[in-house]
Design a protein around this ligand. Structure first.
Ligand code: FE2
Length: 250
């Protein structure tokens, strides 16, 4: 993590905590109920306004310097495609200031835990803690998959315009059998939900038991996210493999 002055560091955490309290305290029951029912909930604008542009600048900056274009398919998720540009966790950790502090902020983890109704632990596998992904060209997509750890908090730094595709689609309550993922069977049997998320908003997803994707861009447009992963306490004791991450961030 780059050096921030202690004052700036403390200021960010204080302002984030106050902002998240104001954003969620009056609707906590609603958020919890929706997350229980849907495994997905929209949180609203994640950052205090004064910090949004700063985070956006540092995300774009590191994407430009360290972003790697990917075009792969992953056998463990039914050969679904990944066509986007991403930045590895360790480069974000080393070269940005606010993004890592956002991930580690006590107020954010407390919020995830309150909504989920269980502790939200730091992801024990560091490469999945926080990553950046950028889609820009028609056909770019983050295809159908599950996450290795329970909770995904996804912050939309830039959303594509309405009508450009790249919505979040998800099907809750589906277990991941890595040897036999049966993605098409699950999709045919279930009711896929589709959500649009605006720039500056974040959503929380139960990613390990929800089949989900970012639909393809239908035309050239920009979509940039920071995806953060937290673990359920049970994740800390079971054996978890990381095929997708190993293929996606090599
Ligand atoms: Fe995911």
């Amino acid at each position: 993590m780059n050096e921030l002055s202690t004052g700036t560091d403390a200021l960010f955490e204080r302002e984030l905590a106050a902002h998240l309290r104001a954003l969620t305290s009056s609707k906590m029951e609603e958020l919890r109920a929706q997350f229980r029912a849907e495994s997905w909930v929209l949180l609203g604008r994640l950052l205090p306004e004064a910090w949004e542009q700063r985070v956006r600048r540092e995300a774009w900056d590191v994407l430009e310097r360290r972003g790697v274009q990917r075009d792969i398919s992953v056998p463990e998720t039914g050969h679904s495609p990944r066509r986007l540009r991403n930045v590895r966790q360790r480069e974000i950790a080393a070269e940005t200031e606010i993004l890592p502090r956002l991930y580690y902020a006590g107020a954010l983890r407390t919020l995830v835990a309150e909504i989920a109704g269980s502790p939200a632990e730091l992801c024990p596998f560091a490469p999945e803690r926080f990553v950046l992904a950028s889609m820009s060209r028609v056909g770019d997509t983050h295809g159908w998959h599950w996450d290795d750890y329970a909770y995904a908090l996804v912050y939309l730094i830039d959303a594509p315009p309405v009508g450009a595709g790249a919505e979040v689609e998800y099907l809750p309550g589906v277990a991941w059998e890595k040897q036999q993922p049966c993605v098409q069977e699950h999709l045919a049997a279930g009711r896929v939900r589709k959500r649009r998320v605006e720039s500056g908003e974040a959503y929380l997803l139960r990613g390990d038991t929800t089949l989900h994707r970012v639909a393809p861009l239908e035309r050239d447009a920009t979509r940039v996210v920071c995806a953060m992963a937290y673990a359920h306490p049970d994740d800390l004791t079971r054996a978890i493999t990381h095929e997708t991450t190993e293929a996606f961030y090599r």
